[in-house]
Design a protein around this ligand. Structure first.
Ligand code: NDP
Length: 247
């Protein structure tokens, strides 16, 4: 097996399920030592066991990425255990769909804190180390970061935000040979919809998902792996990826 990421250390947020879990596994399979971060430690431990069984290297960090002032400590823990940082995958996210008129403030705040502010804070804390390693930042946005649909206002605000942040960031750091990639998936079969508090929105999502063949988390992991294994002269800026039968 080829291990193009051997010797590299990656940090994946939201690695306890879905896209983050599949991405962490794929990066480890490609030879990286992976720090897996989320709140559900039992799920992270199960993933770590799976990675180790396959001969990969991994360490678990139980953390809420939205905890104020937590980002420096998190990056320092990765540095202490992994000794370097090459790849930061900002994947942790929540999608609490609701029409604006019915939206709960706590849902909006949680989305902004997790999907956007935590990604920004972690990026800033990681930058000096990524400069040293000529590293790579992968930010998981969404088709909702490109197309704003009714019911997605709050979520789209965070995901459009990720796209804008990432493009400005890319133009600030390319001279340091740090690469920045935005991934914009359409419908992926994960636990993302489980936390929606608006019953109509939750049912609507399930209906849309049942009407197509959604992507699997591994499909997105493959896109991340593609971006981070290109020659250092190649910066894959953006990957917009939909199920074949999604409009
Ligand atoms: P999941 O719900 O399966 O995964 C979300 C992950 O984020 C979990 O590991 C969860 O871990 C973590 N997370 C949430 N809040 C926090 C927090 N405060 N601190 C740390 N970790 C947190 O959904 P997906 O895999 O689908 O979502 C991953 C990303 O992909 C998200 O950014 C989402 O917006 C994006 N995306 C998903 C699409 C889809 O159709 N599924 C489409 C486009 C984009 P835990 O709860 O253990 O903390």
């Amino acid at each position: 097996v080829s291990r193009p990421l051997a010797g590299k250390v990656a940090l994946v947020t939201g690695a306890s399920s879905g896209i983050g879990e599949a991405t962490a596994y794929a990066l480890a399979e490609a030879g990286a030592e992976v720090a897996v971060v989320a709140r559900r430690a039992d799920r992270l431990q199960a993933l770590a066991a799976r990675i180790e069984k396959a001969g990969g290297k991994v360490f678990v960090i139980e953390a809420d990425v939205a905890r104020p002032d937590g980002s420096l400590g998190l990056i320092n823990e990765v540095l202490a255990r992994g000794k370097r940082l090459d790849i930061l995958v900002n994947n942790a996210g929540v999608m609490l769909l609701s029409p604006v008129a019915e939206a709960r403030s706590e849902d909006w705040r949680q989305m902004v804190e997790v999907n956007l502010v935590a990604l920004m804070e972690l990026t800033r804390a990681a930058l000096p180390h990524l400069k040293a390693s000529k590293g790579h930042i992968v930010n998981v946005s969404s088709v909702a970061g490109r197309v704003a649909n009714p019911g997605s206002a709050g979520y789209a605000a965070t995901k459009f935000g990720v796209v804008g942040f990432s493009e400005a960031l890319r133009r600030e750091v390319y001279a340091d040979r740090i690469r920045v990639t935005v991934i914009e998936p359409g419908m992926v079969e994960t636990e993302l919809g489980d936390h929606i508090t608006n019953p109509g929105m939750k049912a609507g999502l399930e209906q849309r998902r049942a009407a197509m063949e959604p992507m699997q988390s591994e499909d997105i992991a493959a896109a991340v792996l593609y971006a981070v294994t290109q020659h250092p002269r190649v910066n894959v800026n953006e990957i917009l990826i939909r199920p074949t039968d999604q409009e």
